[in-house]
Every structure is written in structure tokens, then in C-alpha cells.
Ligand binder design. Structure first.
Ligand SMILES: *Cc1c(COP(=O)(O)O)cnc(C)c1O
Length: 378
């Protein structure tokens, strides 16, 4: 093979330890459903976050967001959310029967623009969903002050931000309702999975029932390896619980988090050093001692994003664009031009490879290609 191996933009990073955990649950325990292993994962997460709040694991981050929105809205209520986020944020709001109201972002952080959001508040607005884009929570204090002023619930889409600190505190260890994703490429993975953290006991008990088809108290029975066969249901539920097999993978990943964190932070600090001063490129300047980056987006100016992306692709470097603005999708009924800042930032965004298996050598190759392209106009 003469062709060089492709450098992936994101990937799952596991070894025999995760495989052993799956083997243990599958062959030794023999119960794949939700049970003791999920309870242990939730307990270990609670310890990690050091919170008195309730932690509930579900089958995806999207389900976590859906249940969080369903817990605090009625059908037809409006939820403020930045257009520039993963489709899952929008679909989760819609799944609960609520209406996502697309807002602008601040171009420096790609977090929700509160001046713009304020213009979109109506009597139906019940919640705001800030998205911690690139693991950066932005000015979270101002978001909570905004929510207080307008009497809104806050549902943090912290899918990117597992392990990130805000003013010295872990995202998820404080706040209203905070949702995480453990999908295959996030900061830690449980193959698929998500978690909701909240201090609101009504929200927590709703979520605990709603994840098991709305069956009251079934979560507790399942933790003990049992099920309820006579039960009551008072509302719509979903089959959103996490599997023991996936929880076992999540537990191994959680134990590895410190090393993942160091790798991600060191890689990004190195990217910033290597890319500093390259003309035509703008970097997001975040505090990478506090932020644990899930992705590494940069801004490529002067309309060169797509050409650079093609050039890197031709040279074996996979990149991505996070994200196509949701307000441009037919389903959300808005037109192009509606959110000019979002559309302009979107046109410049390019995500470079970032995961714990990226080597410094590969990083040098990537940066070398970017410099060659930007400086020689290739
Ligand atoms: C990954 C992600 C989600 C959804 O999580 P899944 O576990 O993939 O369902 C939601 N929002 C954002 C911003 C994400 O990156």
C-alpha cells in the first residue's frame, strides 16, 4: 500500500478494557437490559460531578434532550435555541411537541446571542437551550440571568462539554437541567447513551418514569434486577433506558477520562500554537485548561473554506463542518438571510481532526497542508 492512511476527524477510542466489560455483561451476567450496571454508571457519574443532583442515564443524548424538554414544556410552547447546532437539539424540542425558535450566535464563541434571543421571546417561550458549542459554555451566568428575567427553564445541551469547567465548576455540577451525550465520538462514549442531571426532583422523577415507557417506579425495580408487572402509567413514556452492556462501556470510559482530557487539551493547545498567525484563518480562543474540546473548529476566511476542505480531503485529512444551520432546513420554515451572522459563520467553519488517537506527527502533517494551501494560494 503506497496510499497514506486517512486521518479521521473524529473516532471512538477503545481497547480491550471496553471489550472485556462487554464480555463480562454479555457472557457472565447475561442481562443486557437496564439494571445494576446502569445504576453503577449513574453512581460513578454522580461521584464524578460531585453533585447532589439526580443523574439519569438514557439511550442517547437526543433522548436526554427530548425528555428534558418534555419535562418542562407543553405542546406548542417555544424553546429558544441557536440555529447553529446539531440537528438533534432541534429534533428533540420538536419531539416533545414544543417549537424550536432559531436564534443567532456570537461569532467569537458560537454560543447563543442573548440580544437576538430577547427579540424572539413571546408569551409562549418557556425554555432556552444553550448549546456548549466546541465544549465552550460561553457566558453561562448571563444565560441564567436572561432565563430568570424571562422566567424560562434552562436546558443545557452539554453534549460537547463532558468534563469542561465553568468558573472552576464542572458543567453539570450546577444549573437547571443539563444533558450529555455518550455517543461514539463524544468525550466519553457508552457506544450510545446520554444523561440528564437536574436538581429539580419533579423533573428527575418524570424522567425516571418516562425513560421506561412511563411506568411508575419501574426504574427502581430494574436497578435490582427485577421488573414491575402490575403498575400505573399517567402519561406518555418512551423506551429510552440505557442498556447494561452500554453502561459497562461507559464505566470504563469514565475511568479513562483523565487521560482523554489531557490528550484532547494538549492537542488543541498545540494546534493553536502551530496555526497562530496563519493568514486567512481565525481561531476560537478558549481557555483550554478549563474546556475539554470535543471538536476543533476553525474559521477559514475569504470564501476559501470549501477549497481548503477539498484540498485536505485529497491529501488524506478528513474534516467536517459543524453545523449546517437548522433554520435553513425546509422543516423549520425559515429562509436564508434570516440569521445573517449564523450563515456567515457557518460558511467559514471547518473542523479539524481531534480525538485521543491523533498523533503530533499527524498534527504536523495537517498544519503543514493548511499552511501550504493558505500561504501559497494552492
Ligand atoms: C451529539 C450531540 C447531540 C445528540 O447526542 P446523541 O447521543 O448523538 O443522540 C445533541 N446535541 C449536540 C450539540 C451534539 O453534538
Amino acid at each position: 500500500m503506497t496510499q497514506k492512511q486517512k486521518i479521521k476527524v473524529s473516532k471512538s477510542v477503545v481497547n480491550e478494557k471496553e471489550v472485556d466489560a462487554v464480555r463480562r455483561v454479555m457472557l457472565e451476567d447475561g442481562y443486557f437490559g437496564m439494571g445494576a450496571e446502569v445504576k453503577k454508571f449513574e453512581g460513578e457519574l454522580k461521584e464524578f460531578f460531585g453533585t447532589d443532583g439526580d443523574i439519569t442515564c438514557v439511550n442517547t443524548g437526543t433522548s436526554a434532550l427530548h425528555l428534558a424538554v418534555a419535562a418542562v414544556t407543553k405542546p406548542g410552547d417555544e424553546v429558544l435555541v441557536q440555529s447553529l447546532t446539531y440537528l438533534a437539539s432541534f429534533q428533540a424540542i420538536g419531539a416533545a411537541g414544543a417549537v424550536p425558535v432559531a436564534c443567532e450566535v456570537y461569532p467569537e464563541t458560537v454560543t447563543i446571542d442573548l440580544q437576538d434571543a430577547e427579540k424572539r421571546v413571546t408569551t409562549k417561550t418557556k425554555a432556552i437551550m444553550p448549546v456548549h458549542y466546541g465544549s465552550d459554555p460561553g457566558d453561562l451566568d448571563s444565560i441564567y440571568a436572561f432565563a430568570k428575567k424571562h422566567n424560562l427553564r434552562v436546558i443545557e445541551d452539554a453534549a460537547h462539554a463532558f468534563g469542561t469547567l465553568y468558573k472552576g465548576k464542572l458543567i453539570g455540577s450546577f444549573g437547571d437541567i443539563v444533558c450529555f451525550s455518550f455517543d461514539p465520538i463524544k468525550n466519553i462514549t457508552s457506544v450510545d447513551g446520554g444523561a440528564i442531571i437536574t436538581n429539580d426532583s419533579d423533573v428527575a422523577s418524570y424522567i425516571k418514569d418516562a425513560r421506561v415507557l412511563g411506568v411508575h417506579k419501574d426504574s427502581e425495580a430494574r436497578y435490582k434486577g427485577s421488573r414491575l408487572y402490575e403498575f400505573n402509567v399517567t402519561g406518555q413514556g418512551y423506551r429510552y433506558h440505557m442498556s447494561n452492556v452500554f453502561a459497562a462501556v461507559g464505566r470504563v470510559q469514565l475511568a479513562k477520562f483523565q487521560s482523554f482530557k489531557e490528550k484532547r487539551q494538549n492537542l488543541v493547545k498545540r494546534y493553536l500554537e502551530l496555526l497562530r498567525g496563519v493568514s486567512g484563518i481565525k481561531l476560537f480562543l478558549r481557555d483550554y485548561d478549563a474546556v475539554v474540546p470535543h471538536i476543533f473548529p476553525i474559521r477559514v476566511l475569504n470564501g476559501k473554506r470549501d477549497a481548503l476542505r477539498d484540498y485536505l480531503g485529497e491529501n488524506g485529512v478528513e474534516t467536517a463542518v459543524h453545523y449546517y444551520p437548522n433554520h435553513l432546513l425546509d422543516y423549520y420554515h425559515l429562509r436564508g438571510g434570516e440569521l445573517p451572522v449564523t450563515e456567515s459563520v457557518y460558511s467559514e467553519l471547518l473542523t479539524l481532526p481531534l480525538h485521543p488517537d491523533v498523533s503530533e506527527n499527524q498534527q504536523d502533517v495537517i498544519v503543514g497542508l493548511i499552511k501550504k494551501f493558505m500561504e501559497n494560494g494552492e
